[in-house]
Design a protein around this ligand. Structure first.
Ligand SMILES: Cc1cc2nc3c(=O)[nH]c(=O)nc-3n(C[C@H](O)[C@H](O)[C@H](O)COP(=O)(O)OP(=O)(O)OC[C@H]3O[C@@H](n4cnc5c(N)ncnc54)[C@H](O)[C@@H]3O)c2cc1C
Length: 113
């Protein structure tokens, strides 16, 4: 009789931009379950936005579905959704706990006066 495999640690990554994708890829061979959540279904290559603005490229040439980018990464699930907050207590009680959280939703600089 097969024993039930121990559940792998779960890593939640918020954001599928450069930071989030780099974090997910770095974990591709790790013995963890990766869940990447983004509020859009695509990764946007922002440095080429200017070329779209000037019609040198089409929007489709600078955006790719995140699921497609990570399709070969068997330990990763991509979820479409907006993260509005983190409630550690609730996730623990509901059994959907995670062991690590990586936010990659882009930092905004703030000017202090
Ligand atoms: C026009 C332009 C040109 C640029 N050119 C260059 C360049 O030449 N060289 C360079 O180094 N950098 C350049 N940058 C900057 C570079 O694009 C950013 O530094 C980089 O995209 C930041 O990566 P990131 O992963 O932190 O955030 P992002 O790439 O912005 O990704 C953040 C992701 O998080 C998701 N997200 C945000 N909030 C939530 C939420 N609450 N719930 C779920 N998902 C969420 C977003 O949908 C997005 O997919 C440029 C930026 C722009 C706009």
């Amino acid at each position: 009789m097969n024993s039930i495999p121990a559940r792998m640690p779960r890593v939640v990554i918020v954001g599928g931009g450069f930071g989030g994708l780099a974090a997910a890829r770095a974990l591709r061979r790790a013995s963890v379950e990766v869940i990447l959540i983004d509020r859009t279904n695509h990764h946007l290559f922002q440095p080429l936005l200017y070329q779209v603005a000037t019609s040198a490229l089409t929007p489709g040439q600078i955006g790719w579905p995140i699921r497609n980018i990570l399709r070969r990464q068997s330990n990763t699930t991509v979820i479409l959704g907006e993260v509005t907050g983190v409630n550690k207590e609730r996730t623990r009680r509901s059994g959907t706990s995670w062991q690590a959280l990586r936010t990659a939703v882009r930092c905004r600089s703030r000017t202090t006066t």
